[in-house]
Every structure is written in C-alpha cells, then in structure tokens.
Design a protein around this ligand. Sequence first.
Ligand code: SF4
Length: 433
Amino acid sequence: MITLDNIKQMVAKGTLCPYAFNTYELGPQGRQRFCCVWKEQALLDEDGNQLTVNNSTIQDAWDSTQLNQIRADMLDSKQVKGCERCYHEEQSSSASLRLQESHRILEVPEDTAYFVDAINEFTNTGKVKHIRRMDLRLASLCNIACVMCTPDISTTSAREAKKILDKDQRFAEFTNYKPIFENEVDFGLDQKYMQDVQDNIHHVNKIFFIGGEPSVMRSIPILLQYCIDQDIAKNIEVQFSINVTNLAQRSVELLSHFKSVQITLSIDGVGKVNEYIRYPSKWDKIMANLEILMDLPEPFWFSTAPVPMIYNVLHWHELMQFWDSINKNLMIGRQIYVGPCDLVDPPFLKFQNLTPALRPLAIERLKQCFDLEMYNTNDTISEKTKYMISELENNTFNEDYYNQMVQYSQILDKHRNLNMHECIPELTDILYS
Ligand code: SF4
C-alpha cells in the first residue's frame, strides 16, 4: 500500500506527476496524449504509430502500454522522456507544471484521495480505471492569429500563413502550414468521438477547454449541455480559456450550471504588447469585455495564464503591475489568479533568446515585480519569475534561434504592416539595427 506520505515524498524527491494518473488530453489535430507540456506529440501504440481519434479510442490511449510504462517509471523515480521541461525548471524554481499540479491536488482532499487510490490501483492491477480530468482541444477554430501560434492550432494562423507563403517562401522555414489546417476541424462534431468523450466523462471532475479559441468553438456547448442533461455538471469544475475578444455568451450561460468555472484570460501583455502578440485583437475591446466578464457571479472565477516569450519579457513587469492593481480593487475571493504557462513552441520565440545586451534590463525589470503585493500571496508567480531571472542569468545565448526570431519577426511585421517600435521599442532597436 502506497501511503499519502510516500506519494508526497515521490513528488518532492522523484518524478511522480499527477497528469499521468488523472488526465486525458486531446491535443492538436486529434492526437491523444495526457499532458500539454509533455514534449512528445502523441502517445504511441505498440507499433510506434501515433494514437489519434481516427485510429483509437480514449481508452486505447488511457490504457496504452506507453502511458502505463510512464506511470511505472514515475513510481520508480525514473525520468520520463518528454518531461524534460519540468525537470529543467525544477533546477531553479518550483513553478514546473508537475509541482504546480501536485500541490493543487494535495490541497484538495477529494483529489488527494483519488490520486492515492489511482496509484494503488495501478500498482495492484497495472491500470488506472477512470479518467479524472480532461484537457480538450476540440477544434482548431480561432478568431485571431497569435504570434506564437501555429497553423495546426488556429485556422486564422493557417490562413495567414498561406497568404505569407504566397508572397515569401522564406516563411516555410517557420511554419508547419498544410492546406488542410485552413479548414475548421471540430472533433466534438464527430459523433463517434463525442460519444467516446461522453462515455468517459462520468468520473471526470475537471474539464479544461483549450484552443483554438474555446469561445467560438461549436462543439463545446453540445458537451456542456450533455453534462447538464446527465446531471453531472454540478460535480465538474471547468476551466475555460478565452482570448477576451468576445463574451462567449452561449457557453457562459451553460457554464453557470457547473460546480465551478475558472475563466482563464489569455492576455500576454498590456496594451500594444498584447496587440502585437495576440494579433489582430484590440486592447480597448479586451478591456471592455473584461469589465463585463468580471461581473459574472459565482460559480465563475478568474485566472490568467500569461506566456513568457521574447516579445513580452522586457515588459513582463508592466503586465504584473496591471494584474496587481486590478486585484487591489477586487474583493478577496474574487481576485484574478496569475499562473504563467510555458511557451512550448516555437523555440526561437522563447524569452531565453533575448540578447546578452538586453538581459540586464530584463532582469532589472523582473526584479521589480517582487515589490508587488501579489507576489506575497502567489508562490507560483514568484517562483516563475525566479526561474525567468535564473534562465536569463545562466542560459547560453543561442544565436541560431535569435537569427530565426529576427527573420520571423521581420516577415510577420511586413505582412501585418505592424510597427514593432510602437509595441516593444527595446527589441526593435536590435531587430532592425
Ligand atoms: S511534462 Fe511535466 S507536467 Fe507533464 S507529465 Fe511530464 S512531469 Fe508532468
């Protein structure tokens, strides 16, 4: 019998991660996985083929030999291929997704009990019976083209990539564009897959809708309505990620029936910085929508998951000041939780590609964040900022990535007719020197 104390030790000193024991993820283009930070594209079958919704069921992925081996390796404190991002981050902070999720679970008695049961079930039977959490990227439909997004995830990015490629073939080096990505693919509108989700959802207590852009996806209201009709909505916490360019009225109406609803605001900068990153969104519109959303009563609550990258690392402090000042005017319990995410791809847009000349300025500005009130109460944000500083102090500058970032930015700015100098002047001086 593995006790809670054993598990706490394995989390603290080993590689144990709840994602392998509680989460099913539908990744981009129907690929079946279990964690959005895990670096492999999909789980594989025994012949090495990627498991997708077209060739396998959710249970095939959940009970795959590969995922069961990952679970066994984690319990043996072995490092898992694909989890390197978490291990690397844990060398300088405790803000890795592995530790964040573990701490969250160990604070909620019901989730802790499930985690302990799942691990003991696995050690006794070699399987975990029920999925507890679903992270669903149901569709690629998106109404904007974020600078770090890829055509397989956003229809708007795909259509923009096609236009750029028609004029400038150098862009082929930076995009995974395929004509098929221009079409809206919504796996939730596929009856067979939706039935599979519904068959597996009855033990789930958390659903995370990721994009594309969930506020415009057509199949999400269908799944929400199913949960309401089955009387299970009251047991389920939903995390609903939105870019705040619209109010997602139909989904919001349905979400009000759920146990709790975490609206995660995808905002990566203040004003022009966000407009540059989340093109072609408009800051004024986002602020107007935010004001309306913030009036939503319980069960709604709010978080934001900014992504540190080359375009916002010099202005990260402004974003933190922005949320800090908003939180000061909100009642305790209604405050916006700031929990940064990692940029998985493309690697040349990671904040670590900042030039050695600009790193001292970024570090100085990042250090200012520790004076903010929010940093006294939010461990994740202070640990993530420590990690960013440590990376800028110690990470070797990669000139190849830097050159890719310069060329990518120049092609994109030209196509979008954007003046980066208005948004990120410090970076422009280097990019266009
Ligand atoms: S990548 Fe990190 S969060 Fe994901 S399964 Fe691996 S250790 Fe867990």
